[in-house]
Design a protein around this ligand. Structure first.
Ligand code: 523
Length: 134
């Protein structure tokens, strides 16, 4: 728990939807996660809001500008006391590029079922699937 914010230290993950598809990014490491697909994101800095952390991480990782931060599904406790949370964000500008990932892909609901997600991100499958089937 952070003394300044009163919130658990957070790892943020961004869900970007476009034309009925969800953006996923393929991890390069660590070895146990390399090759698996995730919602891109990373550790929030001390005192940084989830929205600001998402803007910074997705700018660094994808080269895009995003806005907003709408919670998706449950938080996932991580080793070390952090909590991983997913947020829907809107793509404001830029075309996503894999600046820190092996690759990017846009999946529809059926492809989401079949792709190898990192284990933590699988908890959000019901909400992500529901949004893609809207
Ligand atoms: N996850 C995870 N799913 C997911 C993300 C963005 C992160 O399970 N969609 C986990 C993976 C790591 C931890 O959260 O255990 C931190 O994510 P990471 O490594 O992407 O965060 P960074 O990039 O801020 O970490 P550094 O390597 O320290 O820069």
């Amino acid at each position: 728990m952070s003394a300044t914010t009163g919130r658990s230290d957070e790892v943020v993950a961004g869900a970007i939807f476009r034309d009925g598809r969800l953006l996923l990014a393929q991890r390069v490491g660590p070895p146990e996660l390399a090759g698996l697909w995730e919602l891109p994101g990373g550790k929030a800095e001390p005192g940084e809001s989830a929205e600001a952390a998402l803007r910074r991480e997705l700018r660094e990782e994808l080269g895009v500008e995003v806005a907003g931060a709408q919670r998706v599904g449950a938080g996932v406790p991580l080793a070390g006391g952090r909590v991983l949370r997913a947020y829907r964000v809107e793509l404001v500008s830029g075309e996503p590029r894999p600046l820190e990932h092996a690759a990017l892909c846009w999946v529809d609901a059926d492809e989401l079922e079949r792709i190898d997600l990192v284990p933590n991100d699988r908890v959000w499958l019901p909400e992500l699937r529901a949004r893609l089937r809207d």
